[in-house]
Design a protein around this ligand. Structure first.
Ligand code: NAP
Length: 390
């Protein structure tokens, strides 16, 4: 029996993770659940899975959760960081699934590693903002970092314990998002509703916008750099609209190994939970004949500059990846709330990156990372106020 903590249990990934628990009730048990503000759904999850502990982000949500969950066997932890950390480091937990959105779970993820828990990582943002710290901690503690992002999960499967010295290239696939075929004029007019309609994956709002701008792929390039310890020039992106090939690895003899599967996040989540075993899938297998033709093309970095910005941030190093991530989060929120247009997202991020060189050094500690993150959010928020209305 593997005992899991799910950070972000009320979200898209969190609910898929609980579906995996349902499918493997004899092998998985839920010890800790943590969410943001959706106390109603978390209370339902508590009633069903009876975790030892549960946590929410705010005091208002905690008050509501205490009312809804009643006096059960579950301890409702303090709200905010303390609760999240306690959920992630509970002594009975073996695996922590980090699937909250944003960057709130960075400290909890680091604490889980320090406590020797296996970390199943969906939340790429924490690795983008503090990759060096997380990888150093995982190495020092001998803790496995198992990628849940389908692309990195695919690469993990292709590598299958092989030495990355034989790898010449990681090839991340990208669906291309809902605007793959739009020209610049049309892109400038897209609405949040258009952007939230992803062609192949069901997911939360922030990652849906990142997929439309291709920033999601950019963040994944940075994530891959840390997870697999390869330089930026050895990490490539191809557009593959069918999302059947989840990613590939090219070896020095020219062979390319690919991982294929249906587009369902339960599969990579289950892989992380079951690793190194493989369990029966909770979904029907891929029908290659029905899937039909598989297409691959180069991403258009002119129409989708966010991908190039992520490469620039990775190559530049220092505080840039942290700043890129924070500025993107603020810009995406501004787009979702109609304060800026779609094409202004990369414009805002460029300004933050370029300004970051004047004063921000390379973060070497968690407090440096948080300081860079705070600076970038404040700078980007201020920049938004200076833009012409979209
Ligand atoms: N969805 C996908 O297909 C997919 C694929 C690969 C990677 N990912 C990554 O997985 C992460 C989650 O994505 P998602 O699509 O599941 O997002 P989502 O549906 O928006 O869910 C986000 C989850 O995080 C929780 N949360 C927000 N702020 C929190 C805080 N301060 N403390 C604790 N929990 C907090 C939310 O709680 P409330 O709802 O209760 O507020 C919710 O449970 C993201 O980093 C994303 O990039 C997602």
């Amino acid at each position: 029996m593997k005992r899991v903590a799910i950070l972000g249990s009320t979200g898209s990934i969190g609910q898929s993770a609980l579906a995996v628990v349902d499918a493997h009730a004899g092998q998985l048990s839920v010890v800790a659940l943590a969410a943001g503000e959706n106390a109603a759904l978390l209370a339902e999850q508590i009633a069903r899975y009876r975790p030892r502990v549960a946590a929410v982000a705010t005091e208002a949500a905690r008050t509501e959760l205490v009312l809804r969950a009643g006096r059960g066997a579950t301890t409702i932890l303090p709200s905010g960081q303390d609760g999240l950390m306690a959920a992630a480091t509970h002594p009975d937990v073996d695996i922590v699934l980090c699937a909250s959105s944003g960057t709130a779970s960075l400290e909890a993820a680091l604490a889980a590693i320090e406590a020797g828990k296996v970390l199943a990582l969906a939340n790429k943002e924490v690795l983008v903002m503090a990759g060096a710290l997380m990888i150093d901690a995982a190495r020092r503690k001998g803790v496995a970092l198992l990628p849940v992002d389908s692309e990195h999960n695919a690469i993990h499967q292709c590598l299958c314990g092989r030495d990355t010295r034989d790898v010449t290239r990681l090839i991340l696939t990208a669906s291309g998002g809902p605007f793959r075929a739009l020209d610049r004029t049309a892109l400038a007019r897209v609405t949040p509703e258009d952007a939230l309609r992803h062609p192949t994956w069901v997911m939360g709002r922030k990652i849906a916008i990142d997929s439309a701008t291709l920033m999601n792929k950019g963040l994944e390039v940075i994530e891959a750099r840390w997870l697999f310890d390869l330089p930026p020039h050895a990490i490539d992106v191809v557009v593959h609209p069918q999302s059947i090939v989840h990613s590939m690895v090219e070896f020095r003899d020219g062979s390319i190994l690919a991982q294929l599967g249906v587009t369902d996040m339960r599969l990579p989540i289950q892989y992380a939970f079951s690793y190194p075993e493989r369990w029966a899938a909770p979904v029907p297998p891929l029908d290659l004949v029905r899937a039909g033709a598989l297409e691959f093309s180069a991403p258009d970095r002119d129409r989708f500059p966010c991908l190039g910005l992520a490469y620039r941030a990775l190559e530049h190093g220092g505080a840039w990846p942290t700043v890129l991530n924070a500025a993107n989060e603020v810009a995406v929120d501004a787009f979702l709330t109609r304060r800026i247009g779609f094409c202004q997202i990369p414009e805002v991020i460029v300004r933050a990156l370029e300004a970051a060189d004047h004063g921000l050094g390379a973060p070497v500690s968690l407090s440096d990372v948080r300081a860079a993150d705070r600076w970038a959010r404040a700078f980007t928020t201020e920049t938004l106020g200076t833009l012409p209305s979209s």
